[in-house]
Design a protein around this ligand. Structure first.
Ligand code: TTP
Ligand code: MG
Length: 368
């Protein structure tokens, strides 16, 4: 293959307040009112999405519904309907494939497209992004935001820059001016823990990061240091990977306060089991491995997992397994700041010994 040094053309598309937008589309009486898609506010459930009216009250996804209601007592709470979100997701993915087959789906509402070459023979990625947004609106009645850039991470940040219904194009020569002022938490794959470490080192913005030599970042962050070093220079050579099947489905939450006893944890895990089961069922899948994740108050994280020969057939079975796994942790003795359940292993057990699938699943089943 002849190597090609022209800048790539990447579009990152992300639906606006996705679950909430679908609900408002289908139920006009919800429009214009603060709305959270999540469980009941008197349970320990979390908000999966807040619409913009609700965000004005400081409500955001991941927050407990109870806290959301404290911030905004008149807020409406709607249970999620994953089947419906899945349908919309399929529609938008169908649209993406009208433009290119180099589509990397990140979640139901988010994907990267490499349109360097595309089915429309259109050289302008900006024009393509506008057309994609238009097609999505026409087909689903929903708005999406798009970011256009020469690599994945800049495109991703760009799609977030003009939400909702935004289009943000960052040309190669504009990249450094675009990213330098950003707080490091805006960099994809920097979470709260890494952010806190960077803050301790006096690194607040991408510009601060850019000043640190590679050896320093590698000493502090190991392999991740090289990623940070490149990102700070606007470099990200990860390709768009067209088809990667999701290997696990999970639900987890960092609690507003650390939880010292098992009782409330079990209550929360029961809800996680239901959520994971629903999402999986929405995709017509069932899993055989349950993984429990517990993060203690001091941030030490442990996982415990169990694999069955048969599929777990109900939320109750998932919950019971999680409850057993919880016994193999120090929950109840040490305060817990995050808990969650994930399901994996979506093929029947006998396939393990048939054909060429074995290595793949051996990996999924690796013990932690
Ligand atoms: P996001 O794209 O992060 O958020 P969003 O589409 O709701 O809002 P934005 O306009 O800012 O893009 O997530 C997409 C969907 O994924 C979201 O509607 C619900 C789900 N989700 C959760 O279930 N839990 C979470 O913690 C987050 C962040 C998202
Ligand atoms: Mg979104």
């Amino acid at each position: 293959m002849v190597s090609d040094h022209r800048p790539r053309k990447i579009i990152h598309v992300d639906m606006d307040m996705f679950y909430a937008a679908v609900e408002m589309r289908d139920r006009p009486e919800l429009r214009g009112k603060p709305l959270v898609v999540g469980g009941r506010p008197d349970s320990r459930s979390v908000a999966t999405t807040a619409n913009y009216e609700a965000r004005r009250f400081g409500i955001h996804s991941g927050m407990s519904c109870a806290q959301a209601r404290r911030l905004c007592p008149q807020c409406l709470f709607i249970p999620p309907d994953f089947k419906k979100y899945r349908q919309v997701s399929e529609q938008i993915h169908g649209i993406f494939h009208e433009f290119t087959d180099l589509v990397e789906s990140v979640s139901l509402d988010e994907a990267y497209l490499d349109v360097t070459r595309n089915k429309k023979n259109e050289p302008s990625a900006t024009r393509l992004a506008r057309e994609i947004k238009g097609r999505i609106l026409a087909a689903t009645g929903l708005t999406a935001s798009a970011g256009v850039a020469a690599n994945l991470f800049v495109a991703k940040i760009a799609s977030d820059a003009r939400k909702p219904d935004g289009l943000c194009v960052v040309r190669p020569e504009q990249v450094m001016a675009f990213i330098r002022p950003l707080p490091v938490i805006r960099i994809p794959s920097i979470g709260r823990v890494t952010d806190a470490r960077l803050q301790q080192l006096g690194i607040r913005t991408v510009a601060d990061l850019e000043k640190k030599p590679l050896e320093y970042l590698e000493r502090e962050f190991g392999k991740f240091g090289l990623y940070l070093y490149d990102i700070a220079r606007g470099i990200d050579e990860r390709p768009v990977t067209a088809w990667r099947e999701r290997q696990s489905y999970g639900a987890e939450e960092t609690f507003p306060r650390d939880i010292p006893e098992k009782g409330p944890l079990l209550e929360f895990l029961r809800e996680c089991a239901q959520r994971v089961f629903d999402e999986l069922a929405g995709e017509g899948k069932r899993g055989r491995t349950v993984t429990l994740k517990i993060k203690y108050a001091d941030f030490q994280t442990v996982t415990r997992r169990r694999t069955f020969d048969v599929f777990l057939a109900s939320p109750e079975e998932i919950f019971r397994t999680a409850r057993e796994l919880l016994e193999r942790t120090e929950a109840g003795k040490r305060p817990v700041r995050l808990a969650g359940i994930s399901l994996s292993n979506f093929t029947p057990a006998r396939q393990k010994t048939e054909g060429g699938v074995a290595p793949l699943f051996a990996k999924v089943m690796s013990n932690e």
